[in-house]
Design a protein around this ligand. Structure first.
Ligand code: PEP
Ligand code: MN
Length: 294
């Protein structure tokens, strides 16, 4: 137990790591997040059309993704931007699941939409801008779907875990944490990927942790290398934006990978994932040697 961190975070008893509790494995059908697999979620920022979604679903499934992402309700920086297709988008996500067998993760922005979206989604995504929407978090605590909780733009890890504790206190322990970059003084990237968040969260909490390299980078050329970094620091998976024609995307095109780039990224990650597996089998010795926690 790390004295500093566990002293700081142990008040979040339902999500904090303790000797008495094993790690949370979030289960979606036959997919386990937080177990031994590295789970990749991929798809467009927003569901735009049947053709766009179906093509993307087929392409990411063929490249090894297990979960399809796609927003039907979009929190946009500008009120004049595309706001999402709403229920029509949810119906397309269901269709894509039927066609490919991929599970679905999609964002919920309001507590009023929780029951509706839970009919279509396998995982309920809380966006960075909603991390402290406590009415939403309470409603998600009562819904019987796993929750993907993204770190707020300016949220500390303590604040992220506080939000996770709120969901768990309302009855839902199936929570995945997501590091998606935070706002700093740096402007070369859209956000600053806080790579140390991954090992810190894995040390202090019992929840699975994934990385979103797309919203961290803001540009597609950086996405594969940040994904690689995520595997090496022990993330349990990724959520990545992919689009059939990123330059024509209605949102986040600059950071979306083409199908070919996504395929290449998945191949590029394999040796790093194999290294992680080896490291994991050596970990019991390392734990003794270094007092490490994860
Ligand atoms: C998204 O996943 O498309 C999104 C809006 O992400 P974030 O909430 O992390 O900005
Ligand atoms: Mn996006």
């Amino acid at each position: 137990m790390n004295v500093r961190w566990n002293g700081q975070f142990s008040c979040f008893d339902l999500v904090a790591k303790s000797d008495a509790c094993s790690r949370v494995v979030v289960t979606v059908g036959d997919i386990e997040i937080g177990g031994s697999d590295f789970v990749v979620m991929a798809g467009p920022c927003a569901v735009e059309s049947e053709r766009q979604l179906m093509q993307t679903a087929e392409a990411v499934a063929a490249a090894g993704a297990r979960i399809l992402r796609g927003g039907a309700y979009k929190p946009r920086s500008s009120p004049y931007s595309f706001q999402g297709l709403g229920v029509a988008g949810l119906k397309l996500l269901r269709k894509a699941r039927e066609a490919t067998g991929l599970a679905i993760v999609t964002e919920v922005m309001s507590e009023e939409d929780v029951n509706l979206i839970a009919e279509y989604a396998d995982i309920m995504q809380v966006g960075a801008r909603s991390m402290e929407n406590y009415a939403l978090l309470h409603a998600l605590g009562r819904c019987e779907r796993p929750v993907l909780l993204k770190r707020g733009l300016t949220a500390t890890l303590e604040e992220l875990l506080r939000s996770a504790q709120v969901i768990a206190m309302s009855g839902n322990p199936q929570i995945i944490l997501c590091e998606r970059g935070i706002r700093t003084f740096e402007t070369a990237t859209r956000n600053t990927l806080d790579i140390s968040a991954v090992p810190v969260l894995k040390t202090v909490s019992r929840l699975p942790v994934i990385v979103d390299p797309s919203h961290a980078a803001g540009v597609r050329s950086l996405v594969p290398v940040l994904a690689r970094a995520a595997t090496v620091v022990g993330a349990d998976g990724l959520i990545v934006e992919v689009h059939p024609s990123p330059d024509r995307a209605l949102s986040d095109g600059d950071q979306s990978l083409t199908f070919g780039q996504f395929r290449n990224m998945m191949v590029d990650l394999q040796p790093y994932l194999a290294l992680q597996k080896d490291a994991r089998s050596l970990r019991p010795q390392l734990l003794v040697a270094e007092g490490a926690e994860w």
